[in-house]
Design a binder for this molecule. Structure first.
Ligand code: SF4
Length: 218
């Protein structure tokens, strides 16, 4: 690996061309959750824990017709909300988080989703990853979202040696230009899904193969 890292050169020189090439290759890379406003974005991201975006979209298609304002989530018995989000899994915990968050939105933020990152982090059940996704999608990224694809690709591309998502994010924010913080995870996620598979990376058709220390080509 050390030899491979020497071959491709320092990560500071590779990050720009890697982002640019992936941006061309995956010009359609965007968040896969469907939402029409900040509240729907926040709810979708909260529901997406431990399940797929496709599954969340299936549930929110009807959910968002019924629950339009934070008050709506508090107006029904918790069992009804649990039923409505059941298919996303972990429905008891998610319903509890949703109601806690909605109560705080109503009582402290005039029923609006706050734009301030620290305020987002205060919402019950909103962890750093959720706050990062919401902030990035609203055009004010405060960090870099690290999911399983971002972790795997960052390691393979030699951007980090860490395993812990918080430490990986710390490495990435030092390396990735701030103007790319929002789209960077989407590029890695889509590249991970389409090319750099967890078990069988398709290095022979990878556009950053010559810049990747883990490439199996050549
Ligand atoms: S060269 Fe292979 S390991 Fe490296 S990013 Fe491309 S597909 Fe993944």
């Amino acid at each position: 690996m050390a030899e491979a890292r020497r071959r491709v050169g320092p990560k500071r020189d590779r990050i720009r061309p890697i982002i640019d090439r992936l941006a061309v290759e995956h010009a359609d890379a965007r968040i896969a959750l469907n939402f029409a406003n900040p509240l729907e974005l926040l709810v979708s991201v909260m529901l997406s824990a431990q399940t797929t975006d496709v599954n969340v979209n299936r549930v929110t298609e009807t959910l968002f017709r019924k629950y339009r304002r934070p008050e709506d989530y508090l107006a029904v018995p918790v069992e009804e909300l649990e039923r409505d989000i059941y298919a996303t899994g972990f429905y008891r915990q998610k319903a509890k988080s949703l109601r806690g968050t909605m109560r705080m939105l109503v009582e402290e933020y005039g029923s609006e989703v706050p734009t301030d990152f620290d305020a987002l982090l205060r919402l019950p059940g909103v962890a750093r990853k959720t706050a990062n996704v919401v902030a990035a999608e609203r055009g004010d990224p405060q960090g870099i979202v690290v999911d399983t694809h971002v972790r795997r690709l960052s390691q393979r591309l030699g951007f980090t040696r860490e395993e812990d998502p918080v430490k990986i994010e710390r490495d990435l924010v030092k390396l990735v230009p701030r103007s790319d913080w929002a789209r960077f995870p989407h590029l890695l996620i889509w590249h991970g899904r389409r090319v750099c598979d967890a078990r069988r990376p398709a290095c022979e058709r990878c556009v950053v193969s010559d810049l990747c220390p883990s490439s199996r080509v050549g």
